[in-house]
Design a protein. Structure first.
Length: 154
């Protein structure tokens, strides 16, 4: 799994002109699911994102987690994170999971984040969405679940 995380002051997502999810201060998580991903990948990212210290403390240092700030998450499924552009000019999405695998893992990820006590809003899986993001900082972090398998000294 791959997640692009943006710290936001607020965010919302619309489908067909209707707001289907919105949050105040917190994180927007654009989540891509690869064909070989499994629940362990979602477990890793949920824990990492809930505890990632990317919010400012009283001294202005990034030292607080989403849970410590009682922030919210807006989770958006985004298969295009697995675009392969190495060959030609048209992206290939062969590494992205098919919807029948990706949707349950996306839902599982949200469930795992909520188990940390984080209020979570979401987009509509597979829909065309308009995501409004008020990036705070800006702070944007990219995480990959396969990093859990790499030795710590890399």
């Amino acid at each position: 799994m791959k997640a692009v995380i943006q710290r936001v002051s607020q965010a919302s997502v619309e489908v067909e002109g209707k707001i289907v999810g919105e949050i105040g201060p917190g994180l927007v998580v654009l989540l891509g699911v690869a064909g070989d991903d499994e629940e362990a990948d979602a477990d890793y990212l949920a824990e990492k994102i809930a505890n990632l210290r990317i919010f400012d403390d009283a001294e202005g240092k990034m030292n607080l987690s989403l849970m410590e700030r009682q922030g919210e998450i807006l989770a958006i499924s985004q298969f295009t994170l697995y675009a392969n552009t190495r060959k030609g000019r048209r992206p290939s999405f062969i590494n992205a999971a098919l919807p029948e695998k990706a949707q349950p893992l996306y839902e599982y990820f949200i469930k795992k984040v909520e188990e940390f006590g984080v209020k979570t809003a979401r987009g509509v899986f597979g829909a065309m969405m308009l995501v409004k993001i008020f990036n705070d900082g800006p702070v944007t972090i990219i995480l990959e679940s396969k990093d859990r398998l790499k030795p710590r000294n890399e």
